[in-house]
Design a protein around this ligand. Structure first.
Ligand code: HSE
Length: 432
């Protein structure tokens, strides 16, 4: 019910997401008022450059280049931040919180680096800092972790949280395309940026992994805690071999509790069974697979990027923080009471698929097997394909620690019979 109150909203940024937020606030005004209990009025939009023409539908008198004037304006109650990046977003959000404005942001890089400082400022000032749009775009995943699953014990999260890399890996899988061709297609269709580093090197997914791990395990996890490996080394041969084994390669953000209660958090290309629910997540879609002690396995699927889907998550948060403002309180917040430690990557245990180019002569398999055994890495299967005096060995291990596997690979490289370690890819979600 509308209380008759008006809440004034200021927005920092007006790109693909911001302009959709502005449009949706305008077209849904009556519903948003009924749902939040107050009329939501977008009164100011801060942008860096007034000359950018892509805001044809935005009323020009709302625009200002004085971003600070939005976060310090006593008439503004709620602030939406969609400029991205660390600064000036961090200083502006801190200033908004200090000025008792609740903030809605989509800024994963900022939250993964400075979340602790920002949440403390929100707490101190008795306002909300909501950020559903920062991970997996439109997909409601942060609220379920923070609220619906707060009575359970999350054990593991595996997410496809970057649409660009999922699109590239899908094209490599469907067409047998090399990485460079699939990236070029993603760029031509607007799925990948001209500089695709943040996506293909896993930085974007690592920030999202830190946010997911913090919420799931009630501990403060930052981007620096996340082991990160991108997809630029994944070849069309890796994809073809995966297919022949009924596996598929996905860039997964994985956060799990070790048996000692530490947090293992990482982003890397991962082989999963083609029957795993995440294997069916194709093109630029995102999905987050959650395993909790009592709830069991769940999967959240949808659009992880794009102006309108991301704006949906922002409007959901906007209504939530407006409701809290109308009722005079703040909403449920994350906690970091558990203070779990981060497990070093070397102690993380997974299976591995290793491809080796070797000489094809008596004793080679024995010396390779001996090297695995020396580091206590157990081999599950070996497949050999040969051509004249050379062969390729495709070795699947049982679970081993990352440190033991790295030592095995270093030793394999020094064996006479091993011409090349062609690839090493982690395997998840299988039975051993
Ligand atoms: N660049 C991201 C992606 C979307 O490709 O999924 C924003 O996080």
């Amino acid at each position: 019910m509308n209380s008759g109150k008006t809440l004034r909203v200021g927005m920092l940024g007006c790109g693909a997401v911001g302009s959709e937020v502005a449009r949706l606030i305008a077209v849904n005004q009556s519903d948003l008022a009924q749902r939040s209990g107050a009329r939501l009025e977008l009164v100011k939009i801060g942008i860096r450059n007034l000359a950018v023409p892509s805001r044809a539908n935005i009323s020009q008198e709302l625009l200002t280049t004085d971003l600070e004037s939005i976060v310090s304006d006593p008439e503004i109650d709620l602030v939406i931040e969609v400029i991205g990046g660390i600064e000036p977003a961090r200083a502006l959000i801190l200033s908004a919180l200090e000025n008792k404005k609740s903030v809605v942001t989509a800024n994963k890089a900022l939250l993964a680096k400075h979340g602790g400082e920002l949440f403390a400022a929100a707490d101190k000032n008795g306002v909300d800092l909501y950020y559903e749009a920062s991970v997996a775009g439109a997909i409601p995943i942060l609220r379920p972790l923070r609220e619906s699953l707060v009575g359970d014990h999350v054990q593991r999260i595996m997410g496809i949280v970057n649409g660009t890399t999922n699109f590239i890996l899908t094209k490599m899988d469907e067409k047998g395309a090399p990485f460079a061709d699939a990236l070029a297609e993603a760029q031509s269709l607007g799925f990948a940026e001209a500089d695709p580093t943040a996506d293909v090197e896993g930085f974007d997914a690592a920030a999202k992994a830190a946010i997911l791990a913090s919420l799931a395990f009630h501990s403060r996890v930052t981007d620096a805690d996340v082991f990160r490996e991108g997809i630029t080394q994944v070849t069309d041969t890796d994809v073809a071999v995966a297919k022949s084994l009924d596996l598929v390669i996905k860039l997964l953000a994985i956060a799990e509790l070790t048996k000692d209660g530490a947090i293992s958090v990482r982003v890397h290309p991962t082989l999963i069974s083609r029957t795993h629910p995440l294997a069916s997540v194709r093109e630029s879609f995102n999905a987050v697979f959650v395993e909790a002690e009592s709830a069991g396995a769940m999967m959240f699927f949808g659009r992880g990027a794009g102006g309108t889907p991301t704006a949906s998550a922002i409007l959901g948060d906007l209504v939530a923080v407006a409701r809290h403002r109308v009722s005079g309180g703040v909403g449920p917040r994350e906690s970091d009471y558990a203070e779990r430690i981060i497990a070093p990557m070397g102690s993380t245990r997974t299976q591995y698929l290793i491809r080796l180019d070797v000489a094809d002569r008596p004793g080679v398999l024995a010396s390779v097997a001996q090297t695995f055994s020396k580091h206590d890495v157990s081999i599950q299967t070996v497949r050999q394909t040969g051509l004249e005096d050379e062969a390729e060995l495709i070795i699947m291990t049982h679970k081993a620690s990352d440190a033991a596997l790295a030592a095995t690979v270093a030793d394999l490289k020094s064996l006479d019979a091993v011409k090349r370690v062609a690839s090493v890819i982690r395997v998840e979600g299988m039975s051993t």
